[in-house]
Design a protein around this ligand. Sequence first.
Ligand code: HEC
Ligand code: HEC
Length: 152
Amino acid sequence: MKKLIGAMLACLLAGGVMAVDTPVVTGDTGGLSSERGAVALGNDEAAAPLKNYRKDGDPLAREYVHQPPLIPHDVRNYEIDSKVNKCLACHSFKNATVMKAPRVSPSHFETRDGMTLGDVSPRRYFCLQCHVPQTDAKPLVDNTFKPLESLK
Ligand code: HEC
Ligand code: HEC
């Protein structure tokens, strides 16, 4: 019985210690409270390493028309922000030949209104929005999708 009370006390104490962590909202939030409390955005934490990551290898075939091709190489530390786009250092029209990389296709210069720009369109700037690295991921749910015959 004594042991049980001890355990219960320990739980209570642990609860008490956790309560000390209640979020402290800093700065002027305009009276709004955040679900995240005072916990900073995890920008300084590195993303978890990909499992089943395919090492640089043969590109997987595309399976339907207009599919963004999968990325057949590592993209770790390839920075993309408003000033730098590491992907374009190899894939832009200008650099692709020297870097022996496939160049972005002309569709990447088109705005959503069908205008063709002289540079990659903002809607195609953040490459990883559409292109993802190849992995050996198994489908999470069964499906009957079959790749297009004409693309095989
Ligand atoms: C150092 C140069 C370099 C950088 C930086 C680079 N790539 Fe590549 N990329 C290549 C090369 C070379 C290939 C061709 C590899 C092959 O065919 O095996 C390739 C292939 C690809 C392909 C496949 C194209 C196809 O038609 O199958 C995609 C998509 C791609 N890269 C996207 C990206 C994205 C997105 C980034 C930035 C996150 C990036 N690459 C950064 C060199 C680079
Ligand atoms: C909005 C989605 C989207 C974004 C963002 C995007 N792409 Fe693509 N990408 C595609 C699609 C779809 C295709 C295949 C059809 C086409 O060429 O438009 C493609 C094709 C490619 C190809 C193969 C070109 C070829 O001729 O076979 C490369 C290389 C590529 N993209 C690189 C990039 C890079 C680098 C970026 C970032 C600067 C980027 N893409 C951003 C959708 C996107």
